[in-house]
Every structure is written in C-alpha cells, then in structure tokens.
Design a protein around this ligand. Structure first.
Ligand code: PBG
Ligand code: ZN
Length: 330
C-alpha cells in the first residue's frame, strides 16, 4: 500500500511501549522541599493559603524532616519567619540556631539551602534596606547586609546560600565573603531570573512579608524582573553565573519556560526552577474542587519543567514526589 502519511500510533499502542518510547523521566532525587520555620508559632500551624504546608516550630521542623527523609526527601530550602520585624540591625539568631540544630540532628543526611533575603525581617516587607524617605531600596547597603548574613548562615552549617533579594552584585559579595572566611565549599543557588509576580501571594502570607506597609513603595518592581522584559531575565542570570553562582534559578517556573529553554543553551550550570506558591496552590484548589487529580496535576507540570530543561525542581509537593512518580501511568 502506498502511504502518504507517517504512522506513529504503534508507539502509543499500550502503556509498556509508551513508557519505553518516552524521552523525559522524573526522579524524586531532583526535588527540593521548602520549609517555613516560624519563631512566633508555639505549635505547627497550617498556612491557610498554602494547602498542606505548615509554619513549623523548630521542634516540628525536626519531626517534619524525620518524616521527609523516610519519603525520599533530603534536600530543603529553608525560610525563616522571625518574630520581630525591624528596619535595620536584624537579629538572625533564630534561623542560625535552627540550622545548627538541624545539622547536629541529621548531619550530612540532609542538604540545606538557606534562603537569604531581608523581606521576612523588615517591618515594611521589602527585600532590603530603605533610604530615609522610604522611597528606594538601597542596593549596596542591602547587598552588604545580605553577604554578612550569608556568612553567618554558612558558619551555622548551611550547605548552600540562596539569595532571593535581587540586588546587583550580591552574588559576587557573597562569593567573596565566603571565600575569604574559609567557606569556599559552600555553594550559591541564585534566584537569578526572578520575576515580579502575582503568584507569590501564599508565600507572603507564610512569611508575613507583603511589601509596602508604611512606605511609598508598594511593590517590588524596582528590584524584581518585569515579565515584559526577557532580556533582563537572561542577562541577570548570565551575570549571576559570571559572579560565581553555582546553580541558577528561574521563578515562577511554569510561567517562564521560554526563559528556561534559552538559559539552558546559554549557561553551562545546573538550572533550578521554583514552582511557586501561587502556581502550586492553583493545582491544589483545582484538586480540592475535584476538577483535577492532584498528583497527576503536579506530575504533568513537573514533566513539562523537565522537558524544557530543568535539572532541579523546587516544589511544595516535593515530599510526594517519590510516591507519585512511582505510580506514573504512561
Ligand atoms: C522573597 C521571596 C519570594 C519568594 C521566595 N522568596 C517572593 C516575594 O515575596 O517577592 C516566593 C516563593 C513562592 O511564592 O513560593 N525574597
Ligand atoms: Zn525578599
């Protein structure tokens, strides 16, 4: 029979051949689980807008990590939620003690990346120190404070430093201070292509870090990247790589696959994507309304992220990755 069409359906005929023919695969080994350690809660407290995720005390964090290790999760991104907010002279002791405790409990069986930013510490919720008029986030002062904080996190035992503030020069400043103090083995996971986004809402509830209060600056547009500017995202990531970042992160993940695909070609380093709180919660709400199956919804997103070139996925559902990936139906 003369054929004027190609026949592809033989490779779709059944689940065995579909599994064999696939060229994207997922493993729980690539996942990082975020954790919120909140100084002002006296017991584990659910975050209302971030389904299944809690504000943990230090004690409940230890229990959470014990359970996560049993489920194949050993890499964490830690967010501190300090009790006291101020405008300067921040007290980091809460998170430093937490990291020491986690490391002394679990040793090298856990890998800790510590988010470093000031938005959870500042009374106004901005990621840095403001000028006296409250109209600008000061770049160099903030980068300097971030670097000093990063050194303390490394001294406490963090394996990686993850700066999310977006000041110019902070990666170089962190690399420099780590290297000159004997922490050349501590890496930097830079929030490199971090867009200003409306998908961070649940996270800001968790960290009580919505920007603006008492200032003339109600959003993060002067430091986070505009979704209308892809060149800014690409060159910011290349710049962070050149300043010494070991891993580059793109966020929000699913909204910026185009940037991921382009960075994959531009940068010879592992790329991480952060499926952020609003993206995550969208799936959770669809699942709660029985509009979509929860695990299949997350798996499909993770597959797209992998297909586009992500090496590392940061997801609030990381602790389900092993179980769900085992059960994938091809
Ligand atoms: C701020 C920071 C944000 C996230 C992580 N660190 C966003 C912001 O408030 O601008 C977002 C993470 C998420 O939404 O899951 N330094
Ligand atoms: Zn911040």
């Amino acid at each position: 029979m003369n054929q004027y069409f190609s026949t592809y359906r033989r490779l779709r005929e059944g689940s065995h051949i579909r599994e064999l023919a696939s060229d994207v695969s997922l493993t729980h080994r690539d996942f990082i689980q975020p954790l919120f350690i909140d100084e002002s809660v006296s017991m584990r407290t659910p975050i209302a807008t971030l389904s299944e995720i809690n504000s943990d005390t230090l004690e409940s964090t230890i229990k959470q990590i014990e359970s996560d290790l049993k489920h194949g999760v050993s890499k964490f991104l830690i967010f501190p939620v300090p009790k006291l907010k101020s405008e300067s002279n921040f007290d980091f002791s809460f998170i430093l003690n937490a990291i020491k405790k986690i490391k002394s409990t679990f040793g090298s069986s856990v890998w800790l990346a510590a988010d470093v930013c000031l938005c959870c510490y500042t009374s106004h919720g901005h990621c840095g120190i403001l000028n006296s008029e409250g109209t600008r986030v000061l770049n160099n002062e903030t980068a300097h404070a971030i670097a000093l904080y990063a050194l303390q996190l490394a001294e406490a035992g963090a394996d990686f430093i993850a700066p999310s503030d977006l000041m110019d020069g902070r990666v170089a400043a962190i690399r420099d201070i780590l290297d000159t103090n004997g922490f050349d083995h501590v890496g930097i996971l830079s929030y490199a292509a971090k867009f200003g986004s409306h998908y961070y809402g649940p996270f800001r509830d968790a960290c009580k870090s919505a920007p603006g209060k008492g200032t003339g600056l109600m959003d993060r547009k002067t430091y986070q990247i505009s979704p209308f500017n892809s060149v800014d995202a690409l060159r910011s990531a290349v710049r962070d790589f050149n300043e010494g970042a070991d891993i580059l992160m793109i966020k929000p993940a699913l909204l910026n696959l185009d940037i991921l695909v382009q960075l994959r070609k531009l940068i010879l380093a592992p790329l991480a994507v952060y499926h952020v709180s609003g993206e995550y919660e969208g799936i959770e709400l669809l699942a709660q309304k029985n509009i979509m199956d929860r695990s299949r919804g997350h798996i499909e997103v993770w597959t797209s992220l992998k297909r586009a070139g992500a090496n590392i996925i940061i997801s609030y559902a990381s602790r389900h990755a092993k179980e769900w990936i085992d059960k994938i139906e091809y």
